[in-house]
Design a protein around this ligand. Structure first.
Ligand SMILES: [Zn+2]
Length: 268
């Protein structure tokens, strides 16, 4: 095991006070299917973040993923207004609806210097990431060099995986592949794709903790391609933080994963 002050903080149960920790896969608000503490309120999230030393979370609203992306976006915008230095908004786009209302929300945030990135949920909205209805969003994000977090970059175009093909078509857009650590059958193809393209990043949010996976991923593609994400408050943030802090990788690698990569990608 590598000598690690971050591991020691974890073992002592201390919050990471002097480290930059950015959770790039957060949510917000109630979820219809099961209980969340205080219905996923920003305040409940912030208490847990304080306990762990998570400085910042980039969040999409559960409502935006489930049924109403415009109203959900209003929730994360309001949370960002209340807690500007702790909660950043992802604007979610459901491509079954016209792009213009989401664009209007994006332009309003951009005018205020608060536009950080987009979230798409191909599984929940049942539209593959290669569908042309997403293209206005990709073109906008690419023009501005913004990241897009996708629950799954599924589908194929031109005989390539969606992730590779879209990363080539939109080279200035950072494509963040969510849930990349959810088992070897997910992680192995994601690593091959991230190896080939500078603008592909692998998020670790999810409930599956696979022994040795983070060490393997860092050895394959480098810590600069891996992003800390927890799915808070949908999933408790603690297991994912422990997954990073207890991994057999250097503290420099942990610092990239926990915050420095996100700081660069999100322009913070
Ligand atoms: Zn999520």
């Amino acid at each position: 095991m590598t000598n690690s002050s971050l591991l020691e903080a974890c073992q002592l149960g201390e919050a990471l006070k002097d480290e930059l920790v950015i959770d790039i896969h957060g949510h917000l608000g109630p979820w219809g299917a099961f209980y969340l503490p205080e219905e996923g309120s920003p305040e409940a999230m912030l208490r847990l973040m304080d306990r762990l030393g998570i400085d910042l979370v980039v969040s999409s609203a559960h409502l935006a993923i489930a049924s109403d992306h415009i109203e959900g976006n209003k929730q994360v915008i309001a949370a960002n207004e209340a807690y500007a230095d702790r909660i950043l908004p992802y604007l979610t786009y459901n491509p079954r609806y016209p792009w213009e209302p989401t664009l209007a929300q994006a332009e309003s945030l951009r005018a205020q210097g608060r536009l950080y990135g987009f979230k798409i949920h191909t599984g929940s909205h049942k539209v593959q990431s290669t569908d042309a209805r997403y293209f206005p969003l990709y073109e906008y994000a690419n023009d501005l060099g913004l990241p897009v977090l996708s629950h799954a970059w599924d589908g194929t175009i031109e005989g390539q995986s969606a992730l590779l093909a879209l990363s080539k078509r939109y080279p200035r857009m950072s494509l963040i592949a969510a849930h990349s650590h959810n088992g070897w059958e997910v992680a192995e193809p994601r690593v091959e794709e991230a190896r080939q393209r500078d603008n592909i990043y692998l998020d670790m949010a999810g409930s599956m903790v696979v022994f040795g996976m983070l060490k393997w991923m860092v050895s394959e593609i480098g810590a600069q391609k891996v992003l800390f994400g927890t799915d808070i408050p949908f999933i408790d943030a603690r297991p994912r933080l422990g997954y990073v802090l207890m991994a057999d990788i250097s503290d420099d690698a942990k610092r990239l994963i926990l915050g420095l990569n996100a700081q660069r990608i999100f322009g913070l």
